[in-house]
Design a protein. Structure first.
Length: 271
């Protein structure tokens, strides 16, 4: 039985299970809607290996907190289903945005098999917290208009057409998740596509108190990561936008160009 989209999952039914994006780690970067869901919850099943417990400060006294780190799929779903059957309000709290590497679709399928309604609250993914920390724009006019969010093949494979080498060949802006343990292979692949002198950035635990930011040419990427002792929960960004500084910005958007007209503004005549 295929899971129904959340818009069709009878969210008006009493207490649908809520899949909620926790954001990148800073408790204040959860959405207002997500915070409200946590404040009303009787049970929060959170991704304990990634979601900081600081996010649980938004829950009320008496709310039960259950880490999913040691649970398999059936155990996790059973815990949520049992609470739902008892009339409890359940929030499944995922790191970042639940639609990205969140494994929520299989949970939805299991809930649909049981006839349990659910809905989804989006969250801020680490790539956007990292961009904020770096002070960059992923899509600069005439530099890059495409952002690729991807991961390398590890224990979880990727389709052949979506290998890092295949995607890097586009030379678009790229944010690479869940791959820092394969940093040597990543550096070689990125070096082949972007050049070893191209700048890349590594953001460890974006938005969190122990956040680290590393800027390095791709040729020193692996060495830089090892020297910093980073082994997990880090994002790697690469692309020509990282070579553009506030001082070297040459191309501007048409949106705010005084000589460009659109539906809300007339163009000024050139002198």
């Amino acid at each position: 039985m295929e899971p129904s989209p959340s818009s069709d999952s009878n969210v008006s039914a009493p207490n649908p299970i809520i899949f909620c994006g926790a954001g990148p780690g800073d408790p204040d970067l959860i959405t207002v809607k997500g915070q409200q869901a946590l404040a009303a919850a009787d049970l929060v099943v959170y991704a304990g290996s990634l979601v900081p417990e600081a996010l649980l400060k938004w829950t009320r006294p008496g709310c039960r907190h259950l880490s999913s780190a040691g649970l398999h799929l059936d155990e996790m779903v059973a815990s949520m289903a049992d609470a739902h059957t008892d009339g409890k309000k359940v929030v499944r709290l995922h790191t970042g945005d639940p639609s990205l590497y969140g494994a929520i679709f299989e949970q939805m399928a299991k809930l649909s098999e049981r006839g349990i309604p659910y809905t989804v609250i989006p969250g801020v993914t680490a790539a956007f917290a990292a961009a904020a920390a770096l002070g960059i724009e992923y899509t600069l006019p005439e530099i890059s208009q495409t952002l690729i969010l991807t991961r390398m093949a590890g224990r979880t494979p990727v389709p052949e057409a979506e290998t890092l080498a295949a995607l890097a060949a586009h030379q678009a802006t790229m944010a690479i998740y869940l791959s820092i343990s394969m940093i040597d292979e990543m550096a070689r692949t990125l070096g082949d596509a972007y050049g070893t002198e191209a700048v890349c950035a590594v953001v460890y635990r974006a938005s969190q108190p122990d956040q680290k930011i590393l800027w390095t040419p791709i040729g020193r990427l692996a060495e830089t990561v090892r020297e910093a002792g980073i082994k997990r929960t880090a994002l790697v960004m690469v692309g020509r936008v990282l070579d553009v500084s506030l001082e070297t910005l040459k191309h501007h958007s048409k949106l705010y160009d005084r000589h460009f007209a659109h539906g809300y503004r007339d163009a000024e005549k050139r002198q």
